[in-house]
Write a protein that binds this ligand. Structure first.
Ligand SMILES: Nc1ncnc2c1ncn2[C@@H]1O[C@H](COP(=O)(O)OP(=O)(O)OP(=O)(O)O)[C@@H](O)[C@H]1O
Length: 254
């Protein structure tokens, strides 16, 4: 890839992580720059979620810096203003959709929500097309609606880095496209989007950089130029045909 003059916002150096003594990340190094849209791909259990939880500061992994400063030196609110993380599953509760999304404003808010906070929540609900659900409690939503609430909460947080773990889970095809467009817009406006995905074709269509993981390691990292049959055989153990439909890259298992 061509070197870029953009600022590095997140970096990991020789990142290792174990659950109960069992190593899941085996020494990962990467730099992510402002304005990037990165898709993290790879088979089940490869360590994708663990990696993004380390990058988001959800897991205390060490070896991760944001804007040149170790994550552990950030206060909780500082980190939340910088990085929003959307987990694989948003848990339902007894709060309304509006109040759940308002939680995203906590790191910005005083004792009471300001006009600005309320407007940020409304804007996030609008972006996800769920204003009509604002008064509903989240335990009465469908899986896809709940997923959108989690994403809206992250947007309301107005972070500089948006990290989403399989955000298109549970979503219909139109909503999948909307979420990917939203991440693309976020990154084209100077934010940084890092998204864990299983849908290779959706990732290829929208993201600009692809990190393929296997067994806790990065196997390949780059733009569309890194794609070839050998990569898919190595990472997923499947043979694929790689083509293009109307200029959109398409990978078909054969
Ligand atoms: N809380 C945990 N405790 C113990 N082991 C865990 C825990 N979370 C994940 N693991 C293990 O760590 C490994 C990597 O899991 P991770 O969720 O990071 O993979 P992934 O690539 O995101 O997988 P998937 O695509 O299935 O979501 C797996 O072997 C998993 O069993």
């Amino acid at each position: 890839m061509k070197p870029s003059s953009k600022k590095t916002v997140l970096s990991a150096r020789n990142l290792r992580f174990s659950y109960n003594g069992s190593e899941v990340l085996g020494g990962i190094s990467l730099d992510v720059k402002e304005g990037e849209f990165v898709a993290v791909l790879g088979p089940n259990g490869a360590g994708k979620s663990t990696l993004v939880k380390c990058l988001a500061g959800i897991l205390n992994c060490g070896g991760v810096e944001a804007s040149g400063r170790p994550l552990r030196e950030y206060s909780r609110d500082e980190l939340a203003r910088l990085i929003a993380y959307v987990p694989q599953r948003t848990e339902p509760g007894f709060m309304t959709v509006f109040d759940t999304v308002l939680l995203g404003r906590r790191p910005h808010m005083g004792l009471r929500p300001s006009k600005r906070d309320i407007e940020a929540v409304r804007a996030a609900l609008r972006t996800l097309g769920i204003e009509n659900l604002a008064a509903k409690t989240t335990n009465r939503l469908s899986g896809g609606e709940l997923q959108k609430v989690g994403i809206a909460r992250a947007l309301a947080q107005e972070p500089r880095i948006l990290i989403m773990d399989e955000p298109t889970n549970n979503l219909d095809i139109r909503s999948q496209l909307e979420v990917m467009r939203l991440a693309r817009t976020f990154s084209s406006e100077g934010g940084t989007a890092i998204v864990v995905m299983h849908d290779v074709n959706l990732a290829l269509r929208f993201a600009k950089r692809f990190i393929f993981m296997k067994k806790g390691m990065i196997v390949a990292d780059g733009g569309l130029e890194i794609l070839d049959g050998g990569l898919f055989r190595e990472v997923y153990g499947v043979d694929v045909e790689i083509g293009e439909i109307r200029g959109i890259p398409a990978v078909v298992p054969i």
